[in-house]
Design a protein around this ligand. Structure first.
Ligand code: ADP
Ligand code: MG
Length: 515
C-alpha cells in the first residue's frame, strides 16, 4: 500500500449527485497519498479501518479551499473544506481549524502541478440544486470568488492592500500578507491607519506623514514596525468579483443557444451591442462582432487572458461564442449605460463628492489593470459604463489591438483617440500604463465638465501641435485646485513623472476622506 501522507477522521457530506438525493453526514476515515484521497468506513470502538467507500484521484483535483460553515452548523461541522474535482465538490468537515489548515496545505501541495486548477470557486455550499453564495442553479457554474492565491501578489510575502473600512467612515486599514515566522501558508496582518491630533497619518510606529500616499510610499521602502515592507499591491475588489457565467470550469465558450436577445443597446466599433439573458436568468450584454471588423483569432486567444481579469470596477468578460459567425462577446450588463451619456444627459447638479467618487472607481479598476501589467489603450468616458448603483466600471480594455480599421488604429486616422493620447503615443505610438494615466487625466476632465469634448475647438492635427508644444486642457469650473492638480499631474510630458494608478487611488481617497 502506498505511503499515506495524512490520515484523519472527518465528517463527509453525501455528494447529492441527484438534486433530490437527501443530504447525509457520515464519519469516515480519510487517507491521503500522493495519488489518491480515499475514505473508509471504520470501526470507532476498535479504531480500525474497514471497507473502502470511495476515492478521488489527486490528479483530477481542481481546487481545495475552505467553505463557509452553514448557518447554525452543529459543532462537528464548523470547519468545512471542499475538494473540487470533475464530479463537483466533495465536502469534508474537520474537527478543528488547525487540522483543516493542515489538510488544505498538504492537498494544495500535492495538486500544485495539476493542469486543470481553477481560479474561481464557490465559497458556500452547493445544496438542493443551488449555489448558496451566488444563487446559480447550474452545478458546473464557474466559481463566483477568485482564489486569493491567484490574485497577483496576495500569496507573496509583502503582498498588501489598503481598504477603507466603509465609505466615509474615515478609517483605513493596511493588510499585509506575510510568510514570516516560518509559516508555509502565511498569514495576514492588519494595521489601522492612525491619525495624530495634528492630522498626521501613521501606521505601526510613529513615522508621520501628511497624506496616506506618502505613508504608503514610505512603507513600500521601510517595514518600520510592520511584519514586512509593502511589496506588491493586491486588489481588494477582486474578491467581490461578479460571477462568471462561463459554462463549466475554466471555459470561455458560451453556448449561443442559452442566450436570449432582448433589445439593442447601441452600436460600436464592432457593430451592434444587445442586452439579453444567459440561461434565461442572468443579465448580459452581447457584442455581435461584425465580420471584417476584428482580427478574431487573436482576440479569441486574448479573451482567455481577459476572462481572468476580475475587479469590481472592470466590466467582466463572461465568455465568447466563437463557433459561429458573427462571433459574440458576452459581458456583464450595466443598466445605466455609457458614462459619457450619463454625464451629459442623466446627472443633474452632481456634488463634487459624487464626481470624485466616479474618478475613484475608474482609478481602482485601472490600478488593477496596472498591477496586472495590462494596458487599456483606449481609456475614455465612452469606454466606461455605469451600473444601477452608479458605480463606474471600465470596459473594452486592450480591445483596440484587435480592431481592423485604419481610421481607428493609425495615430493619424480620424477615429484614433488623439484627444486622450500623450505626446509619446502621438509621436512614437508608445503605449504604456503611463499613457493610460494621461488618458485618465482627460477622463477626469470629461467627468468634471459633465461630458464635454476635450479641445473642442481644435481638430486632430492642431491638437498634436499644441500638445507637443506643452498646451494642456483648462480647469473645469466644477474642479477645485486640488482636483485640477490631479489631472495636471497625469499630463506631465515625461511619462515617468506621471503618477501610477496606485498613487492616484491613494490621492483621490485621501481627498475624499478630507471632504
Ligand atoms: P464598441 O466597443 O464595439 O465600440 P461599445 O462598447 O461602445 O461598442 O457599445 C456601444 C454602446 O452599447 C455603448 O455606448 C453602450 O451604450 C452600450 N453598451 C455596451 N456595452 C454595454 C454593457 N455591458 N452594458 C450596457 N450597455 C452597454
Ligand atoms: Mg467601446
Amino acid at each position: 500500500m502506498p505511503d499515506s501522507i495524512l490520515e484523519e477522521i472527518f465528517v463527509k457530506r453525501s455528494q447529492q449527485k441527484k438534486k433530490t438525493s437527501p443530504l447525509n453526514f457520515k464519519e469516515r476515515l480519510f487517507v491521503l497519498t500522493q495519488d489518491k484521497i480515499s475514505y473508509y468506513d471504520y470501526d470507532a470502538e476498535k479504531g480500525k479501518r474497514k471497507g473502502l467507500k470511495g476515492y478521488v484521484d489527486t490528479e483530477k483535483i481542481k481546487c481545495v479551499e475552505i467553505v463557509l460553515p452553514e448557518d447554525s452548523a452543529p459543532p462537528d461541522r464548523l470547519y468545512p473544506f471542499q475538494i473540487i474535482y470533475d464530479e463537483g465538490p466533495l465536502y469534508v468537515f474537520a474537527k478543528s481549524d488547525q487540522i483543516r489548515k493542515q489538510w488544505i496545505n498538504e492537498l494544495k501541495n500535492v495538486v500544485r502541478f495539476n493542469k486543470d486548477l481553477i481560479q474561481k470557486y464557490h465559497p458556500c455550499f452547493w445544496e438542493d440544486g443551488i449555489w448558496k453564495c451566488c444563487q446559480q442553479e447550474v452545478k458546473q457554474a464557474m466559481g463566483c470568488r477568485v482564489l486569493e492565491t491567484k490574485n497577483g501578489g496576495s500569496n507573496k510575502d509583502g503582498g498588501f492592500l489598503v481598504r477603507d473600512s466603509g465609505r466615509f467612515t474615515g478609517k483605513y486599514t493596511v493588510s499585509v500578507f506575510t510568510k514570516a515566522g516560518g509559516e508555509t501558508a502565511g498569514s495576514c496582518r492588519h494595521y489601522n491607519i492612525c491619525v495624530t491630533t495634528e492630522g498626521q497619518f501613521y501606521l505601526a510606529e510613529k513615522h508621520n506623514f501628511s497624506s496616506i500616499p506618502e505613508l504608503i510610499n514610505y512603507h513600500q521602502h521601510n517595514a518600520a514596525g510592520l511584519v514586512s515592507r509593502l511589496k506588491y499591491i493586491v486588489s481588494d475588489r477582486a474578491r467581490n468579483a461578479p460571477c462568471t457565467a462561463g459554462l463549466g470550469y475554466g471555459s470561455w465558450e458560451i453556448d449561443p443557444r442559452q442566450l436570449t436577445f432582448i433589445r439593442e443597446l447601441g452600436n460600436g466599433q464592432f457593430g451592434v451591442v444587445k442586452y439579453g439573458k444567459w440561461q434565461g436568468r442572468h443579465d448580459v450584454a452581447i457584442k455581435m462582432v461584425k465580420e471584417g471588423s476584428m482580427s478574431e483569432d487573436d482576440f479569441i486567444e486574448e479573451a482567455k487572458v481577459m476572462m481572468k481579469l476580475c475587479h469590481g470596477n472592470l466590466v467582466q468578460l463572461y465568455g465568447v461564442c466563437t463557433k459561429q459567425r458573427p462571433i459574440y462577446i458576452v459581458t456583464e450588463y450595466l443598466a445605466n449605460g455609457c458614462l459619457l451619456n450619463y454625464l451629459r444627459d442623466v446627472l443633474q447638479h452632481p456634488s463634487s463628492i459624487l464626481l470624485l467618487e466616479m474618478c475613484k472607481d475608474v482609478s481602482e479598476g485601472m490600478a488593477y489593470l496596472e498591477a496586472n501589467q495590462y494596458i487599456h489603450r483606449d481609456l475614455a468616458a465612452r469606454n466606461c459604463l455605469v451600473d444601477s448603483n452608479g458605480t463606474i466600471k471600465v470596459t473594452d480594455f486592450g480591445l483596440s489591438r484587435y480592431v481592423l480599421d485604419d481610421e481607428y488604429t493609425s495615430s493619424v486616422g480620424s477615429k484614433f483617440p488623439v484627444r486622450w493620447s500623450p505626446p509619446e503615443v502621438l509621436l512614437y505610438c508608445k503605449f504604456s500604463s503611463k499613457s493610460d494615466i494621461w488618458a485618465f487625466g482627460v477622463l477626469m476632465w470629461e467627468v468634471y465638465t459633465l461630458g464635454r469634448m476635450p479641445y473642442d475647438r481644435w481638430n486632430n492635427t492642431e491638437i498634436v501641435e499644441k500638445i507637443t508644444a506643452g498646451h494642456r486642457l483648462y480647469r473645469p469650473q466644477l474642479a477645485n485646485d486640488k482636483v485640477y492638480s490631479i489631472m495636471n499631474n497625469c499630463w506631465h510630458e515625461r511619462p515617468d513623472e506621471r503618477p501610477t494608478f496606485m498613487d492616484l487611488v491613494m490621492t483621490i481617497k485621501d481627498l475624499l476622506f478630507n471632504m
